[in-house]
Design a protein around this ligand. Structure first.
Ligand code: N01
Length: 526
């Protein structure tokens, strides 16, 4: 055996995994495809990239010294600031030495009680445990649009942005995609480009981020109250210390409802989607939020026809990840920005010089794909993972991902997933979620040692029951009605199904704690 644990990925989760396993006296090797730590925040360097969870919450909680010493400059941190923070954490806890960078894990094979890990540099490592800290939104998706390879201009993807940045001055830019990445980058690109043509397939809901600089007083207050803030976050539905209105949207009169929506809108950020507790479970309640947001969009965009094209019509508000923006809708009031509604005039093909839709040709110098990710399963699926009897994870998940608690997979002993399918994952604070998962895994590994056991493996019946619970909980909400990446709908041929645990962060933590407390019910320990 070479090491106790191999960790795949040096993002938020992989970094904490190295720290925690080392604290527990385990030997760890980590592999990372990028040249440094940071994961998501290493790769997604597009202009305007910013977190949509407050900095004070989107930060590690495992070290109070770290919490107290780090100063966030803004309410919502930019990508460069988050990357600086993660780099600081790597320095402070000596994490880089565990990782081999610029190296992808290509295969992991369970071989007689050992995980045999292979990398694209030809290295082989044997480990007792394999932890996939591979990220939920880390496998970029570039749609196979006819003619893409013929385009002679520059092609960029928001999720693999050049480190040196891009100078758009004097250039005609085409952006495909209006999810979070598109909506954050379009206003920034429009500021310097000669022109921006936005190719929108589906209009999206977006709320002003409400970003602001943090002053010393606010920072002092946040730091003084960190313990309580973390406690409330861990008791909440989404992993940050906010609670919805105590009543349902239809239980209050129209004025109170409007005041509540306006207050959340002014506060800014994703919490607008959770103003009322029944907003994403009751269509009538959802309609009240939808109508409010629609009014806002129409008020921000001068041309009523463009405003109409920007109003989403195909999904209840909040059932696709709600976007937070800084001046997105207003960007369409600029003379150098054009919206192409692909529902009315679909793309025919990409040509040598631009994009041809059914309405005509758009000349373009730079084509930006803001087309998202093969979410939740894409990063693990690209690794050739083989469990008991040589069965591949790809085969095993042919009909969609199947896990127990989002942590274990039957037939794949000692393999752990982190913040992936079957867990609250992207529906909650990803940093606290990653810390919880790693702590749970580390405790399970310690439990094995204390009880003279070597392996832990999810039982098939526990996986079945967990999957049933995921669907049952999702079906009580409006989420399955949206063709979102939560359901695999954004990738052609991907099995459809709501992949996440939607019962809330606190409920999920309690379930995981109860499983551990019961001696790992639903897992076989040998
Ligand atoms: O990706 P997306 P993203 N032709 O999948 C369009 C997180 N994130 O990178 O809706 C034309 O949301 C697609 O259209 P449609 C956050 O959780 C967070 O923007 O499929 N268009 C859609 O408009 C987020 O949800 C932050 O019809 C095509 C867009 O591309 C998640 O990452 C910032 C197309 C993809 O949107 C993913 O966001 C950034 C085609 N063939 C990301 N194929 C913050 O923290 C796809 N599209 C703020």
């Amino acid at each position: 055996m070479d090491v106790d644990v191999v960790v795949i990925g040096a993002g938020v989760a992989g970094m904490y995994a190295v720290h925690r396993f080392r604290l527990d006296g385990l030997s760890v090797r980590g592999f990372e495809a990028g040249s440094d730590v940071g994961g998501t925040w290493y790769f997604n360097r597009y202009p305007g990239a910013r977190c949509d969870v407050e900095s004070v919450d989107y930060s590690y909680s495992f070290s109070d010294e770290l919490q107290q010493e780090w100063d966030w400059s803004e309410k919502y941190a930019t990508q460069p600031e988050i990357l600086r923070y993660l780099s600081h954490v790597a320095d402070r806890f000596g994490l880089r030495s565990a990782f081999t960078f610029d190296t992808r894990v290509t295969a992991a094979t369970w071989d007689d009680g050992v995980w045999q890990i292979r990398t694209d540099s030809g290295e082989e490592v044997r480990a007792r445990f394999c932890v996939c800290a591979t990220g939920s939104l880390s496998q970029p998706n570039t749609p196979p649009i006819e003619g893409r390879e013929r385009f002679t201009g520059r092609v960029l993807h928001t999720a693999s942005w050049p480190h040196e940045g891009v100078d758009f001055r004097g250039l005609r830019v085409g952006v495909v995609g209006t999810g979070s990445s598109g909506i954050q980058s379009i206003p920034e690109i429009a500021r310097s480009a000669e022109s921006v043509t936005v190719f929108q397939r589906t209009a999206n809901y977006s709320v002003p981020a409400g970003n602001a600089p943090l002053d010393d007083e606010t920072r002092r207050e946040q730091k003084a109250n960190y313990a309580e803030r973390r406690r409330l976050s861990r008791l909440s539905g989404g992993g940050s210390p906010f609670v919805p209105h105590p009543k349902g949207a239809l239980e209050v009169d129209p004025e109170e409802r409007r005041r509540a929506y306006e207050a959340r809108w002014q506060m800014g950020g994703v919490l607008f989607a959770k103003t009322f507790p029944d907003q994403t479970s009751n269509l009538e309640s959802n309609d009240t939020a939808r109508e409010f947001a629609e009014e806002k969009i129409r008020a921000l965009v001068k041309d009523p026809a463009i405003a109409d094209a920007l109003v989403p019509k195909d999904h209840p508000i909040g059932t696709k990840r709600i976007v937070t923006d800084s001046g997105y809708f207003e960007t369409y009031n600029r003379d150098n920005v054009e919206l192409v509604d692909l529902r009315k005039t679909p793309i025919r093909e990409i040509t040598e010089t631009g994009v041809e839709t059914t309405a005509g040709h758009h000349d373009i110098d730079v084509l930006v794909f803001a087309t998202g990710f093969d979410a939740l399963t894409g990063a693990v699926a690209r690794i050739d993972i083989r469990g008991r009897g040589g069965r591949t994870l790809r085969e095993h998940w042919n009909g969609g991902p199947r896990t127990y608690l989002g942590l274990g997979v039957d037939g794949f002993p000692n393999l752990f997933l982190v913040t992936g399918p079957g867990s609250p994952s992207v529906l909650a604070n990803m940093i606290l979620g990653a810390e919880d998962h790693i702590d749970w895994i580390a405790d399970a590994v310690a439990h094995l040692g204390e009880h003279g056991k070597a392996t832990i493996e999810a039982r098939p019946d526990a996986v079945d029951a967990w999957q049933a619970q995921l669907s049952e909980r999702a079906d009580r909400t409006l989420f399955p009605r949206a063709a979102s990446w939560y359901t695999g709908a954004n990738i052609e041929g991907k099995p459809r199904g709501f992949m996440l645990f939607i019962g809330g962060f606190a409920t999920y933590r309690q379930i995981c704690a109860d499983v551990a407390g019961s001696g790992y019910e639903g897992f076989t320990l040998t």
